[in-house]
Design a protein around this ligand. Structure first.
Ligand code: HEC
Length: 173
């Protein structure tokens, strides 16, 4: 029979193993972003200049601005400003209702994953095979293009403009 010392030692060893397993899992917690073009990983990482919101998204895939803007239309204007600043308006219209590019405010999504902020972020960041450029500065290699935080603000605002019916799954996260 095992003495209680042996049992304790075994328990202790098991705990150490569990902690050892948990730590690397936590350290590598990240949002695994993939290209809408071909499903390959998107090369986007947190950088020193990123806001806490951007860093949080890259760790969790949850856009902190979505719920914030849903509750505060005044704050959401920051996202609309970015949408104009980067000339998204040229193809999608001033209120994202569609022009040369599709409407982003109706319930017809170009890719089903656009009902999630992660999916929409992937198309804006890495582009698509159907006419969207890769807008993220790290994907395009152009520092004048869009940083993570600005894409999140744009998405947060776009969600407030939604005109379709049904669920709003982006508010569930
Ligand atoms: C040159 C025209 C053009 C510009 C500029 C442009 N887009 Fe697009 N966008 C498109 C086209 C075309 C599609 C459809 C892509 C497809 O189906 O693969 C699209 C699709 C999208 C979608 C998916 C819409 C849906 O209904 O599923 C989003 C979101 C989007 N664009 C956001 C943006 C943002 C944000 C910007 C600015 C940073 C931007 N676009 C600038 C042409 C443009």
């Amino acid at each position: 029979m095992l003495g209680s010392k042996a049992v304790k030692a075994t328990l202790f060893a098991t705990m150490l193993t569990l902690i050892g397993l948990a730590l690397p899992l936590q350290a590598s917690a990240e949002c695994k972003l993939v290209s809408t073009k071909d499903g390959s990983p998107l090369p986007i990482v947190a950088v020193d200049t990123d806001t806490p919101e951007a860093k949080s998204f890259l760790a969790t895939c949850i856009n902190p601005y979505t719920k914030l803007y849903a509750a505060d239309p005044e704050a959401a204007k920051a996202g609309k400003k970015k949408f104009g600043y980067y000339s998204c308006t040229q193809c999608h219209g001033a209120n994202a209702g569609g022009q040369v590019g599709p409407s982003i405010t109706d319930d017809r999504w170009q890719y089903a994953k656009h009902v999630t902020d992660k999916g929409m972020f992937e198309t804006i960041s890495g582009g698509s095979n159907g006419g969207m450029f890769a807008w993220h500065q790290q994907v395009s290699g152009n520092p004048d293009l869009v940083p993570t935080d600005d894409i999140l603000k744009i998405i947060g605002w776009l969600r407030t403009q939604y005109q379709g019916g049904g669920d709003k799954p982006w508010l569930n996260d």
